[in-house]
Design a protein around this ligand. Sequence first.
Ligand code: ATP
Ligand code: ZN
Length: 502
Amino acid sequence: LQAPPPVRLTVLHTNDHHGRFWRSADGEHGLAARKTIVDGVRAELAAHGGAVLLLDAGDVNTGTPESDLLDAEPDFRGMSALGVDAMAVGNHEFDKTQAVLERQRREWSSFPWLAANVSRSGQPAFEPYRIFQRGPLRIAVLGLTTEDSARMDLGARHPGLQFERPAASAQRWLPRLKSEADVIIVLSHLGHYPDGRHGSSAPGDVELAREVSGIHLIVGGHSHSAVCMRDDGARAEPHRPGEACRPDRQNGAWIVQSGDRGRFIGRADFEWRDGRLELLNYALLPVNLRGAPPVAEDPQMLALLTPFADSGRTTLSVPIGRVTGHFDGERASVRHRPTNLGRLITQLMQQAAEADVALVSSGGIRDSLREGEVRLRDLLQVLPFGNRLVIVTLDGRELADYLLAAARKTPGSGAYPQFSGARFRFDGAALHELHIGGAPIEPARRYRLALSSFVAAGGDGYPDLRRHPGYVDTGRTDVALLRAAFERRGVLAAADFEAGTR
Ligand code: ATP
Ligand code: ZN
């Protein structure tokens, strides 16, 4: 009896695409160049009798105004044209409404969205897994979504959504997958945390591999990491184009992840022999990154995407007004201290809501507003999530508790607050000299607090106020407030929003 011949399988993978269907201003990434690389690998494998599986580990949504404005239609259509075999559901797939999600999934995606640990009102919300046949090989791909999703503002947009602990879901499905397939792949939007040290995020791929035996490969996302390991167990960061990359390996499972924004495509070449999967070679293929060999853009993909890019360009280029000075929304500023942009946004919320205090978490502010003409694109870059203005009426005691919770948020985290209307001193434990609108707070008085819908729903660990009797959702988006301010005033001066100016 002769042993069956070895089988070649190449897994190509991406993650955290975040709206990058088009090339960047520097000509980097984009689906048209990605297509050329993927097609090249397919042709190479076909010539050598091997097969390709193309996987994406989720977070296709949210990240560029061009894509956000079109609900990521070009991204999902483009990934379908690319021949993606399956995608894991990322937390940002819940950024839009359920109606948009269903359209993205059913109309624009030709590939399954997998998530074994997400249910809606007790029913599975997505397909848990798919079996792929490649030559004689049967490959199971199981999808998992981070429990971090549950901390996002899902309530209003996705009622009834629940997340099971990913390792528990995997444990439950594995016997069935083993009976149906030779190779077990987990397509995960859980994050890679070296040695499983996940900090305040939910547990990731390392913890999964250690807890659940029998997984051959985890194709990951969420932490936006190029998973290339050093000998001491840390990640070799940053990963530069052309450098060698050794993926993580835990409890017999390979763990891979290819950075983010489609800047790299992960390529894992396996051989299946005598019932074992062996990794022959691994590389991160750069997609038109500086210092790497240039890749031509695929003409058919360009033809598909160009109308989308053009339509976005026109709408987004409409001038809205002007800025003098610089409204600071840099991550390194806005997550650490009050900034003029934080003041502008919260003061506009305060005015629109006729509120005493307004507050957002700084992680929702994603860019600065720069000197000169302002276009719709610039506003959407600052506030990409489309959150709504929420008003909650509280008594002074409740407001003081709320502000204490805000003051306790760690500087540097997305939860760190930007606010207006309140003044206090915080000694690490309590608030002192708390003033609202310039007057000492009165415990029995009623106050109006303006919040983003994200924060009001318990996002970033803030108190969930949706069931508070004083809760009102105005339905107005944060971008609409900013846009209206420019349309009203024409010019906004950063100098008017420095500390102590109002
Ligand atoms: P990933 O893309 O991997 O899921 P991310 O890029 O959003 O993560 P960070 O850049 O660290 O991760 O940003 C996280 C912060 O983004 C949160 O702390 C929160 O402040 C903010 N954020 C995330 N989603 C929303 C949302 N829907 N509305 C407002 N703010 C949000
Ligand atoms: Zn992401």
